[in-house]
Design a protein around this ligand. Structure first.
Ligand code: KIV
Length: 273
C-alpha cells in the first residue's frame, strides 16, 4: 500500500506534465525495466516511468549504457508498458540509434512507439541532435530532452563528474535547453549539474525540467529504481537518497530460504499436496 495518495487519478500525459509545472506541482519520475516493478511503481502513484538505458547497467551489468540495443530497449519497454495504467511511459533511445542522422533517429523512435507501448522517447544532447529531435517530433512522437551529464557520451567526458561548472558549458546548456523547448520537447532531464544552473534553466523554460543530481529547483525529480531501493548497494553518490534497503532484505530472505531447504524445514506439511 503506497504512503502517497494520488490527487488526480487520470492517465498522465505530456500535457498534464505541463499543467503540473504551471501549477507548481512537482513531477515524480522513476526508472523501471520490467512488468512487476513497473506495476508496483505505477500503483504507488508515480507520474512518469522511464525505461532508461541504465538498463544496460542495472539489468545487464555493463559498466556503461553504450552496449544496450534498440531490440533490448523495446523488450524492456514492452514489459513496463504492460504493467502501467496511469503513469506516462517514456523510453530512452539507446546509443547509436539516433546519432547517425535524422532518418535513422526517426526510424528508431517509430520502432519504439510501434512495438513497445511507450508514449514518448528520451534523447541525450542539444544542438548536435536538434535535426533528429525535430524530425521525430514532426512525426507526432513526444520527445524528452536530456542535458548535463549524458552517459552515452562517457567516452568523450572521461568521468561521471558534475557537468557545466564552467561558464561556457553552462551557457551552452542553457542555450541547448531553449533550443529543445523551441523544437517542441515536452520536458528535459537535467543530470548532475550545479543546482543554481538547474534552477536558472527551469525558470527560463515553460516546459518542465526533471532533475537527477541537479538540486531542488527543477520541476521534478528522477532516480534509478535500483539505486533508490538499495538494490544497487555499491552505488552511493551524494545526490542519491535511499528509500529502502532491499539489497539486504533480499540477501536475508534468500539466505533463510537456502537454510530452510538445506535443513529440510521447507516445504512443511501445509506447503505440499
Ligand atoms: O537511463 C537512465 O536511467 C536515465 C536517467 C538517469 C535519467 O537516463
Amino acid at each position: 500500500m503506497s504512503t502517497y495518495t494520488v490527487q488526480d487519478p487520470r492517465k498522465v500525459t505530456t500535457r498534464r506534465l505541463a499543467e503540473m509545472k504551471s501549477k507548481g506541482e512537482k513531477i515524480a519520475m522513476l526508472t523501471a525495466y520490467d512488468y512487476s516493478m513497473a506495476k508496483l511503481i505505477d500503483e504507488a502513484g508515480m507520474d512518469a516511468i522511464l525505461i532508461g538505458d541504465s538498463a544496460a547497467n542495472v539489468m545487464a551489468g555493463y559498466p556503461t549504457t553504450l552496449p544496450i540495443t534498440l531490440d533490448q530497449m523495446i523488450y524492456h519497454a514492452q514489459c513496463v508498458a504492460r504493467g502501467v495504467k496511469r503513469a506516462l511511459v517514456v523510453c530512452d533511445l539507446p546509443f547509436g540509434t539516433y546519432q547517425g542522422n535524422s532518418k535513422q533517429a526517426l526510424a528508431s523512435a517509430i520502432r519504439i512507439m510501434k512495438e513497445s507501448g511507450a508514449e514518448a522517447v528520451k534523447m541525450e544532447g542539444g544542438e548536435e541532435i536538434i535535426e533528429s529531435v525535430e524530425r521525430i517530433l514532426s512525426a507526432g512522437i513526444p520527445v524528452m530532452g536530456h542535458l548535463g551529464l549524458t552517459p552515452q557520451s562517457i567516452n568523450k567526458f572521461g568521468t561521471y563528474n558534475v557537468r557545466a561548472r564552467e561558464a561556457a558549458e553552462a551557457e551552452k546548456l542553457l542555450a541547448d535547453a531553449k533550443l529543445l523547448e523551441k523544437a517542441g520537447c515536452f520536458a528535459i532531464v537535467l543530470e548532475k549539474i550545479p543546482a543554481e544552473l538547474a534552477t536558472k534553466v527551469s525558470e527560463s523554460l515553460s516546459i518542465p525540467t526533471i532533475g537527477i543530481g541537479a538540486g531542488n529547483g527543477c520541476d521534478g525529480q528522477v532516480l534509478v529504481m535500483q539505486d533508490m531501493l538499495g538494490i544497487n548497494m555499491g552505488f552511493s553518490p551524494r545526490f542519491l537518497r535511499r528509500y529502502a534497503d532491499l539489497g539486504n532484505v533480499i540477501e536475508d530472505a534468500v539466505g533463510n530460504y537456502i537454510k530452510d531447504v538445506k535443513s529440510s524445514d521447507f516445504p512443511n506439511a501445509s506447503e505440499q499436496y
